[in-house]
Design a protein around this ligand. Structure first.
Ligand SMILES: Nc1ncnc2c1ncn2[C@@H]1O[C@H](COP(=O)(O)OP(=O)(O)OP(=O)(O)O)[C@@H](O)[C@H]1O
Length: 263
């Protein structure tokens, strides 16, 4: 479904991605992890053609860079880390915007577009927010609206950049379960970035660890989430515990002796 080969990108005169390869099969969920500034968001932006890049990204066999915005939006729906919030826009109108790539030019949305919008609002538990202004919602309610818009878009590839950071634990589970269910029902392909490694491990078929703009490890969560790998690339002390649905990454405080001596 997605194939990225030798992707590189320069931002602000610095190479922030280099030689990145990524292959994601249809219906697969791949989570990109890595420390702050590793290049995770940039990689998602390369896939959506939002940054100039070297190498090639193929989406469903089409060169991403050669697609029009409309063609791309029919193939890829994205939830960015900080989407633009149109001032004063109502939640339902915002979610309806997800249907834009399906609405012929100079035509109005059809009953199908409105039904897809209402479905997406219901799936994200936003029915009662439909007539509220998006810019007046809480951070978590807003994040659910961003997801609703992406789901209304009904594209086969879903890119999620830290989609649950603002959500409480219950909504976090609901949203990720929903994405997983859609993946199984509709064969949706999911590429996400996530900092919460324990949650990420519960959903990802595969993890790709980026560090300093390059892929340093790829494999099943149990292969990537090991104390030595996390120590090496995040510089963090952790203990990996066996959880009921995947490895749990527990941070360990440095001992008081090493805090005082700096060891
Ligand atoms: N517009 C820009 N101009 C210059 N440098 C940029 C720009 N956008 C991102 N960068 C730099 O590129 C690098 C990769 O950024 P990116 O946002 O992809 O990292 P990330 O892995 O998603 O980080 P985080 O986990 O903090 O969200 C960072 O060092 C960042 O400072």
């Amino acid at each position: 479904m997605l194939s990225v080969a030798g992707a590189s990108a320069r931002l602000g005169g610095r190479e922030v991605l280099h030689g990145v390869d990524l292959d994601v099969g249809r219906g697969e969920w791949v989570t990109i992890i890595g420390p702050n500034g590793a290049g995770k968001s940039t990689l998602l932006r390369v896939i959506t053609g939002l940054v100039r890049h070297g190498g090639e990204a193929l989406i469903d066999g089409h060169r991403a860079a050669g697609l029009s915005a409309r063609q791309r939006a029919r193939l890829v729906a994205t939830v960015a880390q900080s989407p633009i919030i149109p001032p004063g826009m109502l939640v339902r109108d915002y979610v309806l915007l997800g249907r834009t790539p399906h609405v012929p030019l100079l035509r109005a949305e059809t009953a199908l577009d409105h039904a897809a919008t209402d479905d997406a609002l219901a799936m994200l538990d936003l029915g009662t927010f439909a007539r509220r202004r998006l810019d007046q919602l809480s951070g978590g309610e807003r994040q659910r609206a961003f997801l609703a818009r992406a789901l209304a878009q009904d594209a086969p590839l879903l890119l999620l950049d830290e989609p649950t950071t603002a959500l409480d634990i219950s909504h976090k589970q609901d949203v990720l379960e929903l994405v997983d269910e859609l993946r199984r029902q509709r064969g949706l392909t999911v590429v996400s970035t996530m900092h919460d490694l324990s949650i990420a491990a519960q959903y990802a078929d595969r993890m790709v660890l980026l560090a300093r703009g390059t892929v340093v490890a790829t494999g099943r969560p149990s292969e990537i989430l090991t104390a030595p790998i996390i120590e090496q690339h995040y510089g963090a002390s952790v203990q990996i515990l066996p959880g009921p649905s995947g490895p749990v990454v527990a941070p360990i405080r440095p001992t008081s002796a090493s805090r005082t001596t700096g060891e």
